[in-house]
Every structure is written in C-alpha cells, then in structure tokens.
Write a protein that binds this ligand. Structure first.
Ligand SMILES: NC(=O)c1ccc[n+]([C@@H]2O[C@H](COP(=O)([O-])OP(=O)(O)OC[C@H]3O[C@@H](n4cnc5c(N)ncnc54)[C@H](O)[C@@H]3O)[C@@H](O)[C@H]2O)c1
Length: 377
C-alpha cells in the first residue's frame, strides 16, 4: 500500500516509540510533527527526519491525511476535534478523551466531518492477547463466567519526568492503565452492562522522586486506589482493581474463568506473552502466540531484556481500513465504551451505586495468523 502521510502532535515521552516504530511499516509515514512547546517538536526533526511545524501550520498542512494525537489526556478532545474539522483522520493515544462528554463530542464531530477516529491501546492486537481471544472463540475454556483484572503499582512519580497529569482530573490509575485492562476484557468477553466500584485518595499529596523535578509536590485530585465489579452483557462478572498505592503483590494481571477451564492472560501492556490454560486436572498448559503476528520481542528494556512492543499497529490497521474501506479494529466506539466504563467506575465510587452503561460496541475482528502488516491488508 502507498504510505499514508501522517502528522504527530504531542512530542513527549511516548512519541519516540511512535517515531521509531512507524518506519518499520509501509502503511504510514510520519512527515510532520508539532507541540505547544515548540522546542519539543523541533527536537525531533534531526533525530527522525521529520519537519516540525507550528500548531497552526500543522493543522493547515494539506499533505497530512492522518493525525496521531499524543498530547496529554486533557487536550485529546480539543486536538482530535480540530484535526477532524481540518479534514484529517485521527488516531489518538488513550484515553479517547478526559470525559465521556468530550468523547461524545468527538463522536459527533467524526460523524459530521465523515472522518475516522481510532484510539489506543493496540496491545490487544498483539499475538499474546489474540491467542487468548482464539482460545475463547474456539471454546477451549468454555463460556467465560468471571475474570480478575488487577493493575497494582507504586505510582508514576518515581519514573515519569512530568508526572502531574497522572494525579489530576483526567488522570488516575483507572483512566491511565485501565484502558489496557478494560480493552483486554472487552476484546475477550464483549461489552459491559453495568458496574459498581469504591475508591480512595490514599495520599492527598505525592512527592516526585524522578528527575528533573525531584522533590516537587503534587496535590492529588483523583482516587489512586479503586476496586470495581463489572457485569458483562454475556452474563460474566469481573473484579477489577486499579491502584498506585500497592507496594508489592502476587497476582496475575488478568485471569479468565471459563466453564471448562481457567486462563491466565499475558500482561495487556505488552503485545506478546504466553497464555496458560488450567483444566480441573493436570498442570497449566502453556499456549504461546505461535503463528499469530506482533508478539515477537523487538524492544530493549532497561533490564537488558527484549519485550514485544508493536505500539502503532492500531494506526497501521486503521490506515489499511481507510484504504480498503473496512472498519478499523481500534475503533472510536470501542474506545468510547471503554471510557464510559472508566468514568462509571469513578461515578459509582462517588455515589455508592451501580451505574448502567449506555454505550456498547462490537468486539474488534480477530487478527489473522501471518507475519507483519500484510495481515491488515
Ligand atoms: N508515557 C508512556 O509510557 C505512555 C504510554 C502509553 C500511552 N501514553 C499516552 O500518551 C499520551 C501522552 O503521554 P506522554 O507520556 O507522552 O505525555 P508527555 O507529557 O510526556 O507529552 C505530552 C506532550 O503533548 C504536548 N501537548 C499538550 N497539550 C498540547 C496541545 N494542546 N497541543 C499540542 N501539544 C500539546 C506537551 O507539550 C507534551 O510535549 C497520553 O495520553 C498517555 O496516556 C503514554
């Protein structure tokens, strides 16, 4: 496929991954970047061979067909809508917006302009989670009756250079890491019908321990420890816990309990990993991604290991979807449903009541076996 010309807005922490991953695929070519902090954008020009533009020049650039929105969550709606109105398709980092109202506004503008919106996470399209999906779809574990999804850590102020937004409205462990886990559950078990939750602001003030702002304080606006119960349309019920207040734990990220067998699913922050299937008798059976794509380790970690990091395949699939006039997998409806669930978790924790979920979505099409982007063609 002839490369779709793309522009990247928001040249912060995660942008390097996008700049480095895109040239590995033919479908997209990032030719321009911008940021409200002009230095952040100009720093990328020599490193990645892209043009940096002012924000106004960027939105007016007729060459750009798709915009990759990597701004902070509070800016997602404004940036995505501006791009749509400029006639561009948009692939946004998660969450789709900082509020459901903003997400609905994006959806209305997408309909009005006839442009597409896609949204991360795309880790669920990696071979690890696609194998889990296949094990469910082929009835290996039977009908899922329940699940646990647990993302528990000490928080972001120890490593992120600019961690304030994580602790403000639009941030928090549910909105930040929840998209990966909730998207993984929807991909495996379908849409959510209603939920209930409780939450706590464990530390009203947090101290940054990363550089360069070591010692600065952050006033916390959102619960940093949350526990929820999700009821799916299928009848399955999942326990979900999201916390930045846990020093250590011994749980798997996601477990699915089927009528025939249980399954431990790979960490949804990553694209690879093995599934473990546990039947009533015998040992856990390891089921690797096998012939499913985007699971191979390709990205060095600080510890010297390699992990599977194919962060961009959601946008690559979207580019093929636009060209081939088929739905893209990381869809706006899917992201809006995920966001409604996350917002409902906050609402339920505040009110102490069950919250019904109005939106719904299809499970994205499974990714076929094969290698590389040809599976999207
Ligand atoms: N850092 C990660 O590991 C990571 C991983 C996955 C997803 N994400 C998501 O990616 C997004 C960005 O995260 P990050 O960690 O790179 O944040 P960051 O703060 O490092 O970078 C965000 C950049 O966006 C720019 N920006 C903010 N508002 C803007 C606007 N209105 N117009 C133009 N530029 C604007 C900022 O100046 C900054 O350079 C978030 O939605 C986050 O949830 C981050």
């Amino acid at each position: 496929m002839k490369a779709m010309k793309a522009g990247l807005i928001g040249c912060g922490n995660i942008s390097d991954t996008y700049f480095q991953m895109t040239p590995r695929f033919e479908a997209l070519d990032i030719v321009s970047c911008t940021d409200i902090a002009p230095d952040a954008a100009s720093a990328k020009t020599s490193e990645y061979g892209v043009t940096s533009q002012t924000v106004d020049e960027f939105f007016g650039n007729p060459e750009l067909e798709l915009i990759i929105n990597l701004t902070v969550p509070n800016a997602h709606a404004e940036v995505t809508e501006r791009a749509l109105r400029a006639g561009k398709h948009v692939y946004s980092e998660k969450p789709l917006a900082a509020s459901l109202n903003d997400a609905r506004s994006i959806a209305a503008v997408a309909v009005e302009t006839g442009r597409r919106v896609g949204c991360a996470p795309d880790t669920i399209f990696g071979g690890g989670h696609q194998r889990a999906r296949q094990l469910i779809d082929s009835d290996v574990i039977g009908r899922p009756v329940g699940a646990t999804a647990l993302f528990l850590s000490r928080g972001m102020e120890s490593w992120h250079p600019n961690p304030d937004f994580f602790f403000k409205r639009g941030g928090g462990p549910v909105l930040d890491v929840g998209p990966y886990y909730i998207a993984a559950l929807i991909n495996l078990m379908g849409p959510v019908k209603r939920l209930t939750a409780s939450g706590a602001i464990t530390h009203p003030e947090r101290t940054i321990t990363s550089q360069p702002r070591h010692g600065e304080k952050i006033q916390v606006e959102i619960p940093t420890h949350v526990s929820a119960s999700l009821e799916f349309h299928s009848g399955a019920v999942a326990a979900l816990m999201a916390s930045w207040d846990v020093q250590r734990h011994g749980h798997n990220p996601i477990e699915i309990y089927g009528t025939r067998a249980s399954m431990i699913v790979p960490d949804p922050n990553f694209f690879g990993g093995d599934c473990l299937v546990g039947r009533p008798d015998g040992d856990w059976e390891t089921v690797p991604p096998g012939d499913l794509p985007f699971a191979e380790p390709n990205w060095p970690t600080k510890s010297g290991n390699q992990v599977a990091n194919h962060r961009i395949i959601g946008a690559i699939d979207m580019a093929y979807g636009i060209r081939n006039e088929r739905p893209h997998r990381a869809s706006m409806e899917f992201a809006l449903h995920t966001l409604e669930i996350m917002e409902a978790i906050g609402k339920s924790a505040e009110t102490g009541r069950h919250v019904e979920i109005e939106s719904t979505c299809e499970r994205p099409a499974a990714v076929p076996a094969g290698r590389g982007e040809s599976v999207f063609a």
